[in-house]
Design a protein around this ligand. Sequence first.
Ligand SMILES: Cc1cc2nc3c(=O)[nH]c(=O)nc-3n(C[C@H](O)[C@H](O)[C@H](O)COP(=O)(O)OP(=O)(O)OC[C@H]3O[C@@H](n4cnc5c(N)ncnc54)[C@H](O)[C@@H]3O)c2cc1C
Length: 425
Amino acid sequence: MTVEQTPTQRLYAVVEQGLCVGCGLCQSVAGEQHVSVMKTLNGYEQPVVVGELDHQTVDKILDVCPGTHVEGLPKDKVEENTKIDNVWGPWRRLVLSWASDPKVRFEGSTAGVLTALAGYLLKSRQVDFILHTRSSAVEPSFGEATLSFNHAQVLEAAGSRYGPSATLINISSVLDRNQPFAFIGKPCDIAALRNFSRHDSRVEKLVKYYLTPVCGGIMQPLSTIDFIKRNGMEPEKVTHFRYRGRGCPGPTRIESNEVVKEVHYLDFWGEDATQWALPFRCKICPDEIGEAADIAAADTWFGGSPTRQGSLADPGENAFIARTMAGQELLEAAAAAGVLSLGQDVTPDEMSGYQPHQMRKKYAAWSRFQGIGDEGRIVPHVERLRIQELAEDLPDSRNEYQRNGTRQRIIDGKVQEPTPEPWKL
Ligand SMILES: Cc1cc2nc3c(=O)[nH]c(=O)nc-3n(C[C@H](O)[C@H](O)[C@H](O)COP(=O)(O)OP(=O)(O)OC[C@H]3O[C@@H](n4cnc5c(N)ncnc54)[C@H](O)[C@@H]3O)c2cc1C
């Protein structure tokens, strides 16, 4: 702890140094009368201190915050016969898969396996509800936390959203329900909830499954605003925004009361993965592959992106990573019940073929962290993610390149977010 800093400055340092993922957990930890996670000046959802804040609360926030603390699968979940790939982490089964119900497969982001599993968990009464996100009613390009109690609600929330989504903003009141549930969130959200389990024993008791989409990062919100404008629409007039789904990847669809515009997924992200407009925290993420989840679901485009021609009528196939015994048993039960269809098993190397950007990021994370440390900034605490081992497999010149590149970005002022203040039009 830096004694000179106030509690507010300590919390804001996470945001200002580009490490906040906007999961909302700090609001739950501090209480909404002290910290409110809201849309801020740079278009993200970030914590704004609205009441008293003490060092003890900030200590707890920094311990659970996935911007500052990321761990892999808890040691006791790495069960017998679990394999560990240095890039792809713990796994028990890697297999192609899709929702058997064509409607779920169509609506889903890739092939609907997360939606199908959530529906199966509800129908088989293994959980009472799913905590996940749907399109925000207030900010159409954002996600918002929601509880789904039935198949229709789960289906309504299908699809990937590449905007801010404060998935854990209400986690304390969700736990107050004292009902078993499954959690679907990005890998950073999963890390956050696992972190929180160290402080709240109800997490271990009530969260029956952790499911995650593999995640290359969200889009910087101001880039999404530019994208809407480039398509001739006014951001304030947008009523619905669907990033993908309805095919794989399906169209990116922007709606206002007067106009509906559909463009290709590649028009949103761009053709080249190295040019994606990602937040800094996503660029340096040590775990975008959901190592702490029971199940992670990914895309299967060789090279990491769809082609314009190939994706027109693609119904999609997920790569399904069962990491824990619970995840593997759920996969096999859902397949036996006819909810999931399974294709061929795949290898970690094939996963790297589908996801070269994930592989590159995993190798680069350690050196990027060194660059952050060199500049005297907060270095996220990482455990059980093997990023140092991966860096040691690379030539020194490559590690130096990553380290110096990160340092230079910081020196050039490219990794500096404004002090959080509420968004103004
Ligand atoms: C920000 C982001 C980046 C991604 N990048 C990659 C990538 O680089 N490589 C790759 O293979 N796959 C990536 N994906 C995952 C991919 O888009 C699919 O989500 C995944 O294959 C699961 O597909 P599905 O059809 O089973 O999902 P669905 O059945 O459509 O279910 C998706 C579930 O994810 C939840 N969800 C959607 N958006 C968010 C969000 N922003 N935050 C938290 N939860 C959310 C929904 O609530 C829903 O329950 C990304 C997903 C997201 C959200």
